[in-house]
Design a protein around this ligand. Structure first.
Ligand SMILES: [Zn+2]
Length: 206
């Protein structure tokens, strides 16, 4: 977990590779699940098209689908509220999974700076990390010209961060009560943050 711009997606993927866990970012996972589940497909597509959040009960079915047969799973983009957190904890217990929350902290002003600088490759989705993103014009992988993300406007970013704090803080309190939590400073570089995540997990015996 962590605010937008904290690099939690990048860190989640690095950690999943290292532990041989499944990495599940919610929005692509929803699309993957929708292809297999025709009953929920329509509802999911409607929510995405209208920019609404997918109902909790569908999110839980998607998580259950990901839990099946996996050694361990790194969730990114869920839980988004305390209700989802409660249900994920219950489901994890059913599957015999322990819950560890890795929280990557980043001050709002730094998150805003990073999000405003964010660029993405229109061909393969590559995103250069901050601060490289400030000066980079072309994709490292394919050379295409990088574009800025249309949702990264300052007013929208601030609104999202505000919503994030409102929903996250009560949920974090709950998750802290449920299991173990590793808090990481998201300010350093990607490899340094990754090292802190690993050290933090080792410290609590993972
Ligand atoms: Zn590219």
């Amino acid at each position: 977990m962590g605010p937008q711009g904290s690099g939690k997606g990048t860190q989640g993927k690095l950690l999943a590779d290292e532990l041989d866990y499944v990495y599940a970012e919610m929005s692509p996972t929803l699309k993957e699940y929708a292809k297999l589940n025709l009953e929920d497909k329509e509802k999911i597509e409607k929510c995405i098209a209208e920019g609404k959040l997918v109902p909790d009960e569908i999110v839980m079915r998607v998580i259950k689908y990901k839990f099946e047969g996996s050694l361990g799973i790194i969730l990114d983009g869920v839980p988004r509220n305390k209700n989802q957190a409660t249900e994920i904890v219950a489901l994890a217990q059913e599957y015999g999974f322990k819950i560890i929350t890795v929280y990557i902290d980043l001050p709002d002003d730094e998150a805003i700076k990073r999000l405003l600088a964010r660029k993405i490759c229109p061909v393969d989705g590559y995103e250069p990390p901050y601060p490289e993103s400030l000066t980079k014009e072309n994709c490292d992988k394919c050379g295409a010209k990088l574009i800025t993300r249309s949702d990264d406007k300052e007013k929208i970013i601030k609104k999202r961060l505000l919503e994030y704090h409102e929903k996250t803080e009560p949920m974090m309190k709950y998750l802290e009560e449920q299991g173990k939590i590793v808090k990481i400073d998201g300010m350093p570089t990607v490899p340094e943050v990754h090292k802190s995540v690993i050290d933090g997990l080792k410290k609590i015996g993972i």
